[in-house]
Design a protein around this ligand. Structure first.
Ligand code: FRU
Length: 546
């Protein structure tokens, strides 16, 4: 087997070789989607960062064009870090990004504009000489001052952006205002800050419709609009978000009262997912989220493979009708890659059942399943001493083979024939006083026979955590659904219609290509039913970065 190829994804966004990290400046412009991303043109580890650039008509087939932004001027000589695009009135795109100006990682904010807006691919970007636009003032830590957002326009006609950073241990998103997009002034108070969360990277701030499925332009306002504020936590390497209100007169974001604003907050994804960024797609009136998944393999293996990092499948985001969280779902264009549909319905899964889903390429598949059950009585009691914010720990203790009452049930993805290797994605239902608690797990601990087992990401060892999150669902209809996008070394799962999402990166040695299997299973005493299961083989996009 060719180690450079066996774990490459088939339908995820990934360049032919080398390192990638954050998605940057996603936008839709004149019929094309643009995706820029942090890229090392020289190797499979982080460094030498430029903005690589690909264009697409459908978010599935991509054409690589030349690097859009790369170190070349005093204001970005040491690196071109993350940032965002804004399409200004008159249909004028502009990118804001962080430039590194010295070997101490001093950060400034720059802009770039297309050399020729009539070029459909916007291949060439110019960094005008009045850069940098923003440098850190005395109150700002200049080595933690980065990742400007898409700008939004206030009622006063002034543009706003927010930039990630910290003051001591307080995570902070600075707020800047400008009338002309060129001269920016810092607003006294940050847009938002939270004690004890450490440095904030890649903030994202955007409006969502209340009781609606449409996405909103970043500058949209109105009575039926709530706001989402998301950050990437440098210290823990995961993200959290809150939902709240934005007072545009006072320029303050205020999370709703019942939101957890800190380490234990809601997560867009409870797995390997970082530095995400959203944009408004005016062609389909939706808000789309891009997220980056790093490798979970050893750095040595990354170097041997010659590549590291993928962009996850873009997801639409809307406010859950309950107003308390977001719902995410893979973009509909992904469905064009589906083929060889297989269906199952009304299939009982008794305790210990394991049913193979045959007839698809199980290493590269899309599976959508609804489980149902007759009653909740057998749900295990939730021990009050368990840490409700540590779903991952619970999943590592109560894995897919640990018998339960209602659950564990779900899918065994990327499984070898005799289950030497498998990545289970499953539910387990607990009874907690009057309520039920639903746990969703995506457990990489048995995903590979390779050694290097570790539950910590330290950059050297392989990382095989039992990722998990709780699912805020009523269970009135006694159904739980899940959809998993399986793609050789990645499993992206959307629980209960996108309420809880989890991404795992895994490196099977046996369960590869046509040796990979997919099963549905139940290890709970309560019988569950596959009410409906649809699964498809997924083809490769015709064009992907060649
Ligand atoms: C997040 C991040 C950003 C920074 C970029 C550098 O992954 O650290 O804060 O701009 O990556 O590549």
């Amino acid at each position: 087997v060719d180690v450079t190829k066996e774990h490459r994804t088939g339908y995820h966004f990934q360049p032919l070789k080398h390192w990638i990290n954050d998605p940057n400046g996603p936008m839709y412009f004149n019929g094309y989607y643009h995706l820029f991303y942090q890229y090392n043109p020289k190797g499979a580890v982080w460094g030498n960062i430029v903005w690589a650039h690909s264009v697409s008509k459908d978010l599935i087939n991509w054409k690589k064009v030349e690097h859009a932004i790369y170190p070349s001027k005093p204001f970005d000589e040491y690196g071109c870090w993350s940032g965002s695009a804004t399409v200004l009135p008159g249909n004028k795109p502009v990118i804001l990004y962080t430039g590194i100006v010295d070997d101490k990682q001093t950060q400034v904010q720059n802009y770039a504009v297309p050399a020729d807006v009539s070029d459909p691919y916007l291949r060439v970007w110019i960094k005008p000489d009045n850069n940098p636009l923003i440098v850190a003032d005395n109150e700002v830590n200049k080595t933690a001052f980065r990742d400007p957002t898409t700008a939004w326009l206030g009622k006063d006609g002034e543009w706003r952006i927010t930039i990630g950073g910290r003051r001591f241990d307080t995570g902070m998103s600075f707020l800047y205002k400008s009338k002309d997009f060129m001269r920016w002034t810092k607003v006294q108070h940050p847009l938002h800050s939270t004690d004890g969360t450490g440095n904030w990277e890649c903030p994202d701030f955007f409006p969502v419709q209340v009781n609606g499925k449409m996405g909103l332009d970043t500058s949209a306002t109105g009575p039926d609009v709530k706001y989402v504020f998301k950050v990437s936590l440098d210290v823990t390497r995961y993200e959290y978000y809150t939902i709240g209100t934005y007072n545009s007169e006072e320029d303050k974001y205020i999370p709703d009262k019942d939101m957890v604003d800190g380490w234990n907050g809601l997560r867009l994804d409870y797995g390997n997912f970082y530095a995400s960024k959203s944009f408004f797609d005016p062609s389909k009136n939706r808000r789309i989220l891009w997220g980056w998944a790093n490798e979970s393999d050893t750095t040595d293996n990354d170097v041997e493979k010659g590549w590291a990092g993928i962009q996850l499948i873009p997801r639409t985001m809307v406010l859950d009708p309950n107003g308390k969280q977001l719902l995410q779902w893979p973009i509909e264009e992904l469905e064009t890659l589906r083929k060889n549909k297989v269906e199952l319905s009304n299939q009982e899964l008794n305790k210990g059942a394991k049913v193979e889903i045959k007839g698809i390429t199980a290493a590269q598949a899309d599976v959508d399943v609804t489980f149902s059950f007759d009653n909740l009585d057998k749900a295990e009691p939730f021990d009050p001493s368990w840490d409700r914010y540590n779903a991952q720990k619970l999943c590592s203790q109560k894995g897919s083979t640990v018998e339960g009452g209602l659950g564990p049930f779900g899918l065994l993805t990327l499984a070898s024939e005799n289950l030497e290797e498998y990545t289970p994605v499953f539910f387990r239902v607990f009874k907690d006083q009057e309520k039920h608690l639903v746990l969703l797990c995506s457990d990489a601990s048995r995903s590979t026979l390779k050694d290097g087992k570790s539950s910590m990401k330290d950059g050297k060892d392989a990382y095989r955590p039992s990722f998990a999150g709780f699912v805020d669902v009523e269970l009135k209809d006694k159904k739980l659904s899940l959809r998993s996008l399986i793609d050789n070394s990645v499993v992206e799962t959307f629980g209960a219609g996108g309420k809880t999402c989890i991404t795992s990166r895994v490196y099977p040695t046996l369960a590869i290509y046509d040796k990979a299997h997919l099963y549905a299973f139940n290890n709970g005493t309560e019988t569950v039913r596959i009410e409906k299961l649809n699964a498809w083989s997924m083809s490769k996009p015709v064009q992907m970065n060649h």
